[in-house]
Ligand binder design. Structure first.
Ligand code: FES
Length: 301
């Protein structure tokens, strides 16, 4: 796919060491969004949530990540899967529920049934079609220190081969594995995802009680974790269209932490409410570092 002119102009301005003056189309055009979806949104990894979302075998959770609907499931053998929520029959979503427990998922459109590991079990087409094709698409999934990571850039390795964990996962505090999730929220913003991402990258000021001591770790282009001594916040940026972005927030506390966050949680909620309403929150101005990061990903094949 050829890149739109408003994207290549960023590369030209960077390479010529000129001031970056982004074309307004960079934040509004459908072809820019399509190019970003192809080249940037699917890059690994996405930290989607805490593993306490799957407390027992047979549970599933539905996520949106990088404009895709994903089912994360846990089978009776305690194996976990990241499945694309798209039926192999005619492409409709197999599951509308946010989360639940099930032995099978039944596509509501024509009734095809899938096991929790993604295998088609009804109808039985194994005599006519290669078994490998009779399943929901599967992505690499990794559980590391209590977090669920998904890589949407490639297919899952064969059963029995575990994918390598995300490189930055060793920056996550060990207490994450025993953390308590204290809240989950989601905000819809009428902003382009680049502005929303820049906004949440400023979260040390918005989330942390001691911003100077907080550690920000990024997983892929669209998920971030801000860790403090006994609390942490997972932020996921979910581009919906060129001018609409959702932000998902999962707040966690270490086993010894008491009460809720003193200040930070409220400041972030206030800011996101204001941004979602279109009142009182100013979209950030993107700096040269942001555009350098953006161009390095968009220009890579
Ligand atoms: S689209 Fe799922 S059964 Fe037809």
């Amino acid at each position: 796919m050829e890149l739109p002119a408003s994207i290549t102009a960023i590369g030209e301005q960077l390479e010529a060491d000129r001031e970056i003056i982004p074309d307004p189309q960079l934040f509004a055009a459908a072809d820019v969004f399509a190019a970003e979806r192809q080249r940037l949104f699917l890059r690994p990894w996405v930290a989607v949530d805490h593993q306490s979302r799957l407390p027992e075998p047979g549970r599933f959770v539905r996520f949106e990540a990088a404009t895709r609907s994903i089912l994360v499931t846990r089978d009776t053998e305690d194996r976990t899967y990241a499945l694309r929520n798209v039926c192999i029959h005619a492409g409709y979503p197999v599951c509308d529920a946010e989360e639940g427990a099930a032995e099978r998922m039944v596509c509501p459109y024509h009734g095809w049934e899938f096991a929790i590991d993604g295998r088609l079990v009804e109808p039985d087409l194994s005599a006519r079609i290669d078994l490998a094709r009779l399943r929901l698409a599967r992505y690499p999934l990794c559980l590391s220190d209590g977090l669920i990571f998904v890589d949407l850039s490639r297919a899952a390795p064969p059963p029995g081969e575990a994918p390598a964990p995300p490189p930055a996962s060793n920056a996550v505090p060990l207490w994450f594995a025993k953390a308590t999730v204290t809240s989950r929220e989601r905000y819809a913003m009428q902003w382009n995802w680049k502005l929303a991402l820049s906004f949440v990258r400023a979260t040390p000021q918005l989330v942390a009680d001691e911003p100077g001591a907080a550690v920000l770790t990024e997983f892929g282009p669209l998920s971030l974790i801000l860790s403090e001594r006994d609390r942490a916040t997972l932020l996921r940026v979910m581009p919906k269209s060129a001018s609409h972005t959702d932000i998902a927030i999962v707040r966690m506390a270490s086993p010894g932490a008491s009460g809720r966050a003193r200040n930070g949680g409220d400041r972030l909620a206030d800011s996101l409410h204001a941004a979602a309403d279109g009142h009182g929150a100013t979209a950030p101005v993107l700096d040269r570092d942001f555009f350098g990061w953006y161009w390095s990903l968009m220009s890579a094949e």
